[in-house]
Design a protein. Structure first.
Length: 422
């Protein structure tokens, strides 16, 4: 596997030179330093792999390579162990090592693959998917690549994923603790149930937000947007939780209400889940698509057995996505992304798409990538989720947004891309 990457065009000698840069040149100068750090990390990992191969750590009577690293670098046991694990992984995956040495993949992405490599049931399958993972690590945002790794692990180790899911269910618990004048509520359970809880909490949080908006408008009138809201986002979310408990305080009867949760999967994932449920078969090879297996709209993984049960006796709203990402197409019948059109965009991305932002807020705005005024259609492929700040910046012409199979791309007015990947 060969890794090619365009060399940075801006290399600064000192901080004073960096201060004179802006926009794309400042990004490139900072990235040039980051790439050099990545190159040195790859070299260090190769050195450590050689120490392990040659057993040179025994020269000074160290027990193992991790002990040698701790002594040489004066680091903690955890740091030394991570370095040893990274070195072993890069030795097994030369394509990934080359990408790291080229500055194409960062330490966070390496950490995600390292966790896959540390799984004994997955390690032997990694070389077959190395090219796929390197491509996604290089082109996708960290959040998206983390989802890819979760999906890959569920595909490579379905029994382990099911076991983790069952363990989370069996160990579910809630704990309330008084701490001085305050208190702490801690709850743990499986991801699917957590998605249900989060969706209810999000709805009540949005209601609290709308209450703050109405009270501010009533108090300040036309100048309301120049004044802060009465509560912070964190305070509103806590108050929403209190509101949920207060609504339930009048009864202890079991609820019969079933909240609507969208299970996001492909046709192939559903078919494979049903086949695996009734017949023991070997999992198919990993798909070159983004390994979208089975999860809720919020990204919570759904056990394949739960998917089968929901398909057979439950009520599922199946979301069909084509290769371009379209869920529905309203053409030019609607000016705004509302109802199903809005939900369809959020199903393909429920956080602000601006690089480095990724806010997940109840009042996320959906706007046209290709403006309505320029005949841009109101369909999910032409819609992008953004927070209010970045949506206003886009509308004022500070950047344009496009999307392809690698994700979102933001370009400045001069045509240069903001933090390009790959």
């Amino acid at each position: 596997m060969s890794i090619t990457i365009d060399p940075p065009t801006v290399v600064v000698a000192d901080l004073d030179e960096f201060r004179s840069l802006r926009g794309r040149q400042r990004d490139q100068a900072y990235l040039a330093v980051e790439r050099e750090i990545r190159r040195l990390q790859a070299l260090q990992a190769a050195m450590l792999a050689e120490v392990k191969r040659s057993c040179s750590f025994l020269d000074d009577y160290h027990h193992n390579p991790a002990g040698w690293v701790r002594a040489v670098t004066n680091s903690s046991k955890g740091t030394a162990l991570r370095k040893v694990q990274t070195a072993a992984m890069l030795a097994d995956l030369p394509g990934l090592a080359a990408a790291v040495a080229a500055g194409q993949i960062g330490d966070d992405q390496v950490g995600l693959v390292r966790r896959l490599h540390s799984n004994d049931r997955c390690r032997d399958q990694l070389p077959d998917s190395e090219g796929l993972l390197v491509e996604h690590a290089s082109t996708l945002t960290f959040h998206e690549f983390r989802q890819v790794c979760q999906r890959w692990q569920a595909h490579a180790d379905p029994d382990g994923a099911h076991h983790d899911h069952q363990t989370s269910r069996q160990n579910r618990h809630v704990q309330t603790t008084q701490i001085g004048a305050g208190h702490l509520v801690h709850a743990e359970g499986d991801a699917f149930t957590g998605e249900i809880i989060a969706s209810i909490l999000d709805a009540h949080t949005e209601a609290e937000y709308n209450t703050d908006l109405a009270e501010r408008a009533e108090r300040y009138g036309d100048s309301a947007d120049q004044h802060p809201l009465a509560r912070t986002a964190r305070q509103r979310r806590y108050d929403a939780l209190v509101a949920i408990f207060l609504k339930a305080a009048g009864t202890t009867d079991p609820t019969t209400r079933v909240p609507l949760i969208n299970i996001f999967c492909t046709e192939t994932a559903l078919q494979d889940a049903i086949r695996n449920h009734f017949h023991t078969i070997q999992p198919a090879a990993a798909s070159p698509e983004r390994l979208r297996l089975c999860e809720t709209a919020g990204g919570a993984p759904v056990d394949s057995r739960d998917l089968v049960v929901a398909a057979l006796i439950g009520q599922i709203r199946r979301v069909v996505v084509d290769s371009a990402g379209r869920v529905i197409d309203l053409g030019r019948k609607s000016r705004l992304f509302v109802g199903a059109a809005r939900e369809a965009v959020l199903l393909t991305g429920d956080r602000c798409c601006h690089p480095g932002c990724e806010l997940r807020i109840p009042n996320l705005q959906i706007d046209h990538l290709d403006a309505w005024a320029r005949a841009g259609p109101t369909n999910p492929f032409n819609g992008g989720p953004q927070c209010a700040h970045h949506n206003r910046a886009k509308e004022h012409g500070h950047f344009t947004v496009t999307r392809d199979h690698t994700g979102w791309h933001h370009h400045r007015p001069d045509g240069t891309e903001i933090t390009p990947r790959g």
